[in-house]
Design a protein around this ligand. Structure first.
Ligand code: FA5
Ligand code: MG
Length: 426
């Protein structure tokens, strides 16, 4: 991945990330392994638990906010993860010396470009483009340990909801978003302060409290939709450089309080910098992995990355609201073998009974058969002969199967199918 132009000095080395080449420097610490996660897009893969949770959250938003029956939220789930330090930090008022900026916490491409450490990195550019209500969903990258709840790549859903005075105080036209001493048309003449724990100095208490109530109700509604009415939760005071006041929401899960999201009222400086002078906004960011692990009882965060069909099939073709409880799959490796055959002239790809074949495979292979799927149907254009191809996944629950053992069972299945259905193995 790293191209070294041998005649050029080291600082002119370039690194290919996504579709682009970037110059490297003393900050570069992103590894080829980490770059390989960039195109996985687990949150968009239909069979991944993260995608099911994503869809439930998006549905909740669409239902919560409609404008004459149309969703009034825009969803961005495909924003490129390579961002600038301006997007990830400066635009969000994160100080120059803040620990979250260090090389030991982030994956830097070079001094000014990194893999986003949170989805909030896109907040300012979307506000600036004129949006007021939107979701940002995607993969984020942080240098961290690898254990059952940490992985260097995880997924977040971030949201912004902003309102003008006439929207927030629809029924109270006498109330204002801003204190009289603050002039939204001349915002830089006022130094906004966050020394009052209840609100930013530019906002009225009514506006800040109204937004706080809406934000909290909205998020409690979400965890109730996901986990049921009886879910126990608590609000914890928090600090983020980009919101004030700020909170974290924790839910009680398996005898522990688990933090699921951070949120707050967006700092007015950010709104003003994005050209949104007359509104107040709340924002939050939540972790998809934590919600998915709790919802489906998935014990290890690494399982999200599994391409093992024993894992994925548990989430396949499911209604997004289906109650799914993960069943551990064997830790021993899978062995996959394909089996193709020509049907006799009396049968077609439509009339052949798949289930008959599945029974036969199960009869011969027994418990080492984990999955059988119809992979391909084919009609030869000249001979008009019909052919089917099945993929058989073998896995022993207590030990590693050798390829020789699998081949033996596979051969027995071929012979049995030939005898039972009068087919010709291809
Ligand atoms: C943030 O990332 C803020 N950007 C959230 C925010 C957005 C606050 C908008 C205010 C306004 P934090 O680092 O706490 O905050 O992460 C947010 C959530 O991501 C956490 O609550 C958690 O659910 C999830 N998360 C954080 N770190 C990890 C990790 N290493 N593994 C899995 N999930 C994580
Ligand atoms: Mg946190």
């Amino acid at each position: 991945l790293i191209k070294n132009y041998s005649t050029a000095p080291k600082s002119l080395s370039v690194l290919r990330v996504g579709e682009k080449d970037y110059p490297t420097d003393d900050y570069t610490n992103v590894t080829p392994k980490i770059i390989s996660y960039l195109n996985r897009n687990l949150h968009l893969k239909k069979d991944n638990p993260l995608s099911l949770v994503r869809q439930r959250i998006v549905n909740y938003f669409y239902k919560s906010f409609t404008n004459r029956g149309n969703p009034s939220f825009s969803v961005y789930d495909n924003l490129p993860p390579v961002v600038t330090t301006k997007q990830n930090f400066d635009d969000l008022l994160i100080p120059e010396d803040h620990p979250s900026r260090t090389k030991s916490d982030c994956y830097y491409v070079n001094r000014s470009v990194l893999l986003r450490a949170h989805m909030t990195a896109h907040q300012t550019e979307l506000l600036r483009s004129g949006l007021d209500n939107f979701l940002m969903i995607g993969d984020v990258y942080r240098r961290d340990e690898i254990d059952s709840t940490h992985f260097p790549v995880f997924h977040q859903v971030d949201a912004v909801r902003s309102q003008l005075r006439e929207q927030l105080f629809e029924n109270h036209p006498d109330l204002n978003i801003f204190e009289p001493i603050y002039d939204p048309n001349n915002p830089n003449a006022f130094t906004n302060s966050i020394s009052d724990p209840a609100k930013q100095s530019c906002h009225t208490l009514e506006a800040s409290k109204m937004m706080e109530t809406q934000l909290k109700n909205h998020l409690i509604g979400l965890v109730k939709v996901l986990f049921g009415e009886s879910i126990q939760y608590r609000w914890v005071e928090a600090y983020f450089p980009f919101t004030h006041p700020s909170w974290e929401l924790e839910i009680y899960y398996e005898n522990n309080w688990m933090e699921v999201l951070g949120c707050g009222i967006v700092r007015n400086e950010i709104m003003v910098n994005a050209g949104s002078n007359n509104s107040i906004a709340y924002a939050f960011g939540l972790g998809l992995e934590r919600l998915a692990m709790a919802l489906y009882k998935i014990p290890d965060i690494r399982l999200m990355w599994s391409t093992d069909s024993g894992f994925l099939s548990q989430f396949q073709n499911k209604d997004v609201d289906a109650k799914i409880t993960y069943k551990p799959v064997s830790v021993y490796p899978q062995c996959k073998n394909d089996l193709s055959f020509w049907l006799p002239p009396t049968l077609t790809v439509e009339t052949f009974m798949n289930n008959d074949f599945y029974d036969l495979v199960r009869d011969i292979g027994g418990d080492v058969i984990e999955q059988v799927t119809l992979k391909d149907k084919f009609v030869h254009p000249k001979t008009k002969k019909h052919s089917l191809c099945y993929s058989i996944v073998y896995r022993h629950l207590e030990r590693t199967l050798t390829q020789a053992e699998v081949n033996k069972i596979h051969k027995e299945i071929e012979i049995a199918a030939t005898n039972a259905f009068n087919v010709v193995i291809r």
